[in-house]
Design a protein around this ligand. Sequence first.
Ligand SMILES: [Mg+2]
Length: 176
Amino acid sequence: MRIGLDIDSVLLDTMDEFLKLMNNDLKTNFIRKNITCYNFNTKLGISRNEMVSYFKKIDYKKITLMDENIPTILNEWKSKGYKIDLITNTVGNINVIVNRLYELGINYDVLFYLKGSKKELSSTYDVFVDDSVKHLEECLSLKGNPICFNQPWNQEWDGVRVFNFKQLDKIIEEGY
Ligand SMILES: [Mg+2]
């Protein structure tokens, strides 16, 4: 079994830190459920560049897990001999992210830090998990096996969806 996992908003709760940073700066009160599309900057009243600059300012040293069961489940997959790769095109500092993944006990094989599309790589896995509808659709277009990690901004995805890692584990072990 070869599993490809996104980092931001799948393994790590990046949006939570983003919202704290932005709300603090702009004196706003946005919460996760207000983020109902991937290009949400217009909804927040900020430019695309401003949005990206907040993501770049995120301190990954403070970032928490998206799901507390992630380390245990990843360890179980590794003990079964599964290959777990991380596939990211984050704008965050990759060295800080790698350290944080280690601190949080995230067990994986290879981290692919891509500057462009995840399309070709993501479609080569038995399962590819992401929160971005664009990445999921691209994976599907090359006959990959995308699974959506539920977030308010990916509700238009009508394929396979999981709400947590226990559900993901069940799908991986038992099928859809
Ligand atoms: Mg993501």
